[in-house]
Ligand binder design. Structure first.
Ligand code: XUL
Ligand code: CO
Length: 431
């Protein structure tokens, strides 16, 4: 046991003053015919919860964790137990990992495979007596020095091959553990210097890589969803998977749009100069809203701070999109970490509990607001139900007909947007 003095976190309702309880997240409560736990399928991220020790570009680790042992494999086994205990205590059923998070990397990929097999056996063993499962797996193709200039967009084909070997294995273990999805975040698939970049070559190699991933997925019969996680920059100056719409355009260009959906991360949306709900909206409209990385940034810092999501306005607007999409295929992964100075094990609980409750409250409020918003939107566009509107909407008109129609009419104003009314109504439901 790693979290000895902590009992299972329970739903106590909004009057509760106990910080180790859920005030809004009632896993069994139904909203629109679906249990809260099924709307979300929240997951804990290995890298932030178990591996992050508070290092930053200016300073050393600040956190001592009881699962860090001297032998790397012993540590890996201990982390599996820590993850299962942590999820069970939070009442969550899912976790996520990169290959390098769960097992030590070997000198060669062959050695890495062996280490992974050992740890995956241990995960399977733990799964036998637990409800805890894998939400998605992924391969880390960005930390090792070999990936300094990209993986599938590296100038070196041997780096490309190494990345392929890592993804092959990560897909296999995700499949063996019945993961619901497999994520590709192209951390260093981008450029730092445009003049030194062969953009055509990198784009082609990247598309071929994604095709190989989807072919192998089909070959091994993996039923989960392949997900691309957009992010505009960091660590590269420019990342190719910039945002929802640029990834969708890329997938269409290379005939890959039936093979991939998107994993939308809140902090990545804001780095791209969008809101979280904007990214969700455009993923949803293109039938690409596959999964969510739940977190938030800090506008004053402006980098990927991966904080726990606590802004209920943001979670409400996000859940409006998720409700409209009737949920997501995979789930909500807390790609979020405690601050460097929050060094207690208990802080890991506070972070997750506040994130979970912020989303649960967001879901409740979005569900109440939805009919009001929908009515306002419908009213705003109601003129498209008249003959002129229908002709335009159905593409059944042309410049001549429209000019003829409008020739002698005065068109001087359009109805009020009523943004202030909507904002007032939102606050009425918030507080
Ligand atoms: C990095 C990020 C990753 C992906 C998985 O910004 O979000 O952790 O979610 O590789
Ligand atoms: Co992420």
């Amino acid at each position: 046991m790693f979290f000895k003095n902590i009992d299972k976190i329970k739903y106590e309702g909004e009057k509760s003053q106990n910080p180790l309880s859920y005030r809004y997240y009632d896993p069994e409560e139904e909203i629109k015919g679906k249990k809260m736990k099924d709307w979300f399928k929240f997951s804990v991220a290995y890298w932030h919860t178990l591996n992050n020790k508070g290092m930053d570009p200016f300073g050393s680790p600040t956190m001592n964790r009881p699962w860090d042992l001297s032998d790397p494999l012993d540590s890996a086994y201990a982390k599996v137990d820590a993850m299962f205990e942590f999820c069970e205590k939070l009442g969550l059923e899912y976790f996520t990992f990169h290959d390098v998070d769960i097992a030590p990397e070997g000198e060669t990929i062959r050695e890495s495979y062996k280490n992974l097999d050992k740890v995956v056996d241990k995960i399977k063993e733990n799964m036998k007596s637990s409800k805890v499962k894998l939400l998605w797996g992924t391969a880390n193709l960005f930390s090792h020095p070999r990936y300094a200039q990209g993986a599938a967009t590296s100038p070196n084909p041997e780096v490309y091959a190494y990345a392929a070997a890592q993804v092959k294995k990560a897909l296999e273990i995700t499949n063996e553990l019945n993961g619901l999805g497999y994520v590709l975040w192209g951390g260093r698939e981008g450029y730092d210097n445009l003049l030194l970049t062969n953009s055509e070559l990198e784009e082609k190699n990247f598309a071929n890589f994604l095709k190989m991933v989807s072919d192998y997925k089909n070959k091994i019969g993996f039923n989960g969803v392949l997900l691309i996680e957009p992010k505009p920059k960091e660590p590269t100056k420019h990342q190719y998977d910039y945002d929802s719409l640029s990834v969708i355009a890329f997938l269409k260009k290379y005939g890959l749009d039936n093979d991939y959906k998107l994993n939308i991360e809140a902090n990545h949306a804001t780095l791209a100069g969008h809101t979280f709900s904007h990214e969700l909206r455009y993923a949803r409209l293109n039938n690409k809203l596959g999964s969510i990385d739940a977190n938030r940034g800090d506008l004053l810092l402006g980098w990927d701070t991966d904080q726990f999501p606590t802004n209920v306005y943001e979670t409400t607007f996000a859940m409006y999109e998720v409700l409209k999409n009737n949920g997501v295929d995979v789930g909500f992964n807390f790609d979020a970490k405690v601050r460097r100075a929050s060094t207690d094990l208990l802080d890991l609980f506070y972070g997750h509990i506040s994130g979970i409750d912020a989303f649960a409250l967001g879901l409740r409020i979005a569900n109440k607001l939805m009919p009001i918003i929908d009515e306002m939107v419908e009213k705003r566009y109601e003129k498209f139900n008249n003959d002129l509107g229908k002709e335009i909407l159905n593409g059944e008109t042309n410049l001549e007909k429209l000019s003829e129609y409008i020739m002698d009419k005065k068109v001087e104003k359009v109805e009020s947007l009523k943004q202030e009314l909507l904002e007032l109504i939102i606050n009425m439901h918030m507080f």
